[in-house]
Ligand binder design. Structure first.
Ligand code: ADP
Ligand code: MG
Length: 461
């Protein structure tokens, strides 16, 4: 590889004066054809690493990301800079998808952003085999690991795809990965040796605070005091209040609006997609100062001037807390992150943890049910037929999918999952059940670490 003047490339393509910490070292490794794992906090500039690498490597770079809603914006800003880039996801109609896949196999693009579920499609994988893929980037790589906080079984297909593409240089990026999750990422991508760039997690502009409140009335009083302390939220910058339940999100949003008199909207996973998009867009555009949300308001929220993140309920783990709290102060200016701790919140988490651990019998029942439903099923069907709460059904499906005992169809019609039941041996039931048990214990440990954070007298940083 000839020496590349990385700084000149940065100026030329992105017009930034300098690299941020970790960017240049990561790029250097990738250009030297070393598989690389990058762990850098939210807002640190991870996308620039794969974007510039895509430009500087010969051939096409494939970038996997789960954030379908944000793909278009990212690609638009690259094409404005004259980079031949595109995205392929389910928001495009089939004709357009086919057209882009054809251009991709013609080698027309330097960078293609795709969602990992695309890899379920055999036609897509076949088309890709023609293309010289010179870089494979995996964004939000913690989604590979069951020990991360956002496991997505579709990410597990990336490893075989990588072999299909004759194992191109691979770059995995994430904002949250404990050493265990880092090892998992490397293993699940099939990387024998990785260079690791782990920049500091410290965010000096964030102030960490914990308040304790015995009950709801005390919590709401704290919310009110907190908001009156955060100067000019409504005029300069915004804030996020995270709650543990959808009901709390609605009630606290109403409290902020009606009682405190500051504009706020709630956001959670059961709102219809249009409302969700409207709330998110208004917040991102700076038109809405406060969002009160469950953890569904998450990845990809990169409004720079978020002045506070207040947790109304204890999060499930420190990793999740740091990820959510880290959405504050991405512009580098001072921001407050605060947690309201009520010992009662622990019970809610314990309930969640116990309710998302399917037993061996439940795993067998879910598998048998999938086999009887060749035309698709919903979580509601599973709940009605087997009496399984949705979270448990979801974990059962994820685990069965990760164990390759069920397989998802490439294209699912709206609202229904199209699943095919493959073989499920007693040995794999035992393996999955053991995995579920380890996961259960691990979640309890993570919760305990979160409680320790909330109750410590030592420095939280
Ligand atoms: P993340 O690490 O969370 O994925 P992004 O890639 O979204 O972060 O980058 C956050 C912001 O930082 C973007 O607006 C990006 O343009 C900007 N950025 C990235 N690298 C640099 C740089 N070297 N100089 C200035 N701004 C940068
Ligand atoms: Mg990112």
């Amino acid at each position: 590889m000839p020496e590349v003047d990385l700084l000149a490339a940065l100026h030329q393509h992105f017009n930034f004066p300098a690299f941020r910490p970790g960017q240049e070292a990561a790029l250097q490794h990738v250009l030297n054809e070393r598989d690389t794992l990058v762990v850098m906090p939210t807002g640190a500039g991870k996308s620039l690493i794969y974007q510039l690498a895509a430009l500087l490597r010969p051939g096409t770079a494939l970038v996997f990301s789960p954030l379908i809603a944000l793909m278009k914006d990212q690609i638009d800003s690259l094409t404005r800079r004259g980079l031949a880039a595109t995205f392929i996801n389910s928001s495009l109609d089939v004709t357009e998808q086919t057209r882009r896949i054809r251009s991709l196999s013609n080698g027309d693009y330097k960078m293609v952003l795709i969602a990992p579920e695309r890899l379920r499609q055999h036609a897509f994988r076949a088309a890709l085999k023609q293309v010289p893929i010179s870089l494979l980037a995996v964004d939000e790589a913690h989604c590979l690991s069951q020990w991360g906080h956002d496991f997505r079984p579709d990410y597990l297909h990336i490893a075989d795809a990588r072999t299909d593409f004759r194992t191109p240089v691979t770059l995995a990026l994430t904002a949250t990965a404990t050493p265990r999750v880092q090892d998992d990422i490397a293993r699940l991508l099939g990387l024998a040796h990785t260079e690791r760039i782990v920049t500091g997690f410290n965010r000096p502009n964030l102030t960490f605070e914990v308040f304790s409140a015995p009950d709801v009335a005390a919590k709401l009083k704290l919310v009110r005091e907190f908001l009156s302390d955060v100067e000019g939220v409504a005029t300069a910058g915004g804030g996020i209040i995270y709650t543990g339940t959808r009901r709390d999100a609605e009630e606290v949003a109403e409290f902020v609006r009606e009682v405190i008199g500051v504009e706020a909207q709630h956001y959670h996973g059961t709102l219809d997609p249009d409302t969700r998009a409207r709330v998110q867009d208004a917040f991102m555009a700076g038109d809405l100062p406060i969002v009160v949300a469950t953890n569904a308001f998450g990845m990809g929220i990169d409004r720079p001037d978020v002045r506070f993140v207040l947790h109304y309920t204890l999060p499930a783990s420190l990793e999740q807390y740091y990820q959510e709290a880290g959405r504050a102060g991405r512009d580098g200016l001072p921001a407050r992150v605060a947690l309201i701790y009520s010992p009662k919140d622990t019970a809610l988490h314990e309930y969640f943890i116990d309710n998302d651990s399917p037993s061996a019998d439940e795993l067998r029942a879910v598998h048998a049910f999938v086999r009887q439903q060749p035309h698709g099923l919903s979580f509601f069907d599973l709940e009605r037929a087997l009496g399984l709460p949705q979270t448990k059904a979801r974990v059962a499906l994820e685990q069965l999918e990760a164990a390759r005992s069920i397989q998802r169809a490439p294209d699912e019609s709206f609202g229904l999952m199209q699943l095919e039941a493959l073989t499920l041996t007693e040995a794999s039931v035992r393996t999955i059940a053991a995995q579920v048990a380890i996961r259960h214990d691990n979640k309890r440990r993570q919760l305990q670490a979160m409680i320790d954070y909330a109750t410590t007298n030592a420095c939280r940083r």
